[in-house]
Design a protein around this ligand. Structure first.
Ligand code: F6R
Ligand code: ZN
Length: 189
């Protein structure tokens, strides 16, 4: 079968795009209404054109015996109110599924949290590779002035669940205070 033969894609470290790819997905402010804490800023940004927050480029590398998905993400620089652009964030549905994230461009933080309330943030610069263990929700925040690009690998069997993060957020948010990225406690908690 064709899918059981090796395949390579060509990745651009600057743009985060690779070719060939199976699909790409765009996330705008209107896709993340519940995630950002300043609802007034959310509404006015949507009215002012609903800017792009991040894109995902994807290839599943499905074979007849397995899969190993590749997803690259490019988060634009920017803020909604004082809160930096970020990914939605999710848990994997399957309780035994980890993930590797590799930061190749930009700067920011990987936020991770368990259902028991343990929280950990990893500072990211180009070259940081993080292992996300099973059962840790994960979200990436771009605190820099250029796009943040990272590469992810995971099994399709992981599945994604967004509702818990949507309802509760992460323990801490990253906002700009006096020109600096600052952690503040999430006011939903
Ligand atoms: C897959 C994964 C990443 C994210 C991507 C977008 O398990 O963690 O490929 O899907 O960075 O973030 P979300 O999915 O949170 O919108
Ligand atoms: Zn994931």
């Amino acid at each position: 079968k064709k899918e059981d033969y090796p395949i390579s894609v060509q990745f651009d470290f600057n743009t985060g795009v690779f070719e060939p790819q199976e699909k790409s997905v765009e996330r705008k402010v209107s896709d993340m209404v519940k995630m950002f804490h300043d609802k007034t800023a959310v509404e006015s940004m949507i009215k002012a054109g609903d800017p792009l927050v991040y894109e995902i480029f994807y290839y599943g590398f499905k074979t007849s015996a397995s899969d190993m998905a590749l997803g690259t993400t490019r988060i634009q620089p920017g803020k909604v109110g004082d809160e930096y652009y970020m990914t939605k964030g999710h848990f994997h549905e399957a309780f035994d599924q980890p993930e590797i994230y590799f930061c190749v461009k930009g700067e920011g933080y990987l936020l991770m949290e368990t259902r028991e309330g343990e929280f950990q943030a990893e500072k990211w610069t180009p070259g940081t590779i993080s292992h996300i263990p099973p059962m840790w929700a994960h979200r990436v925040v771009n605190t820099g002035k250029e796009p943040l690009v990272f590469v992810a690998t995971y099994h399709l069997a992981a599945g994604h669940t967004y509702t818990e993060v949507e309802e509760k957020g992460f323990l801490k948010c990253l906002v700009e205070k006096d020109g600096k990225a600052t952690f503040v406690l999430n006011d939903k908690r």
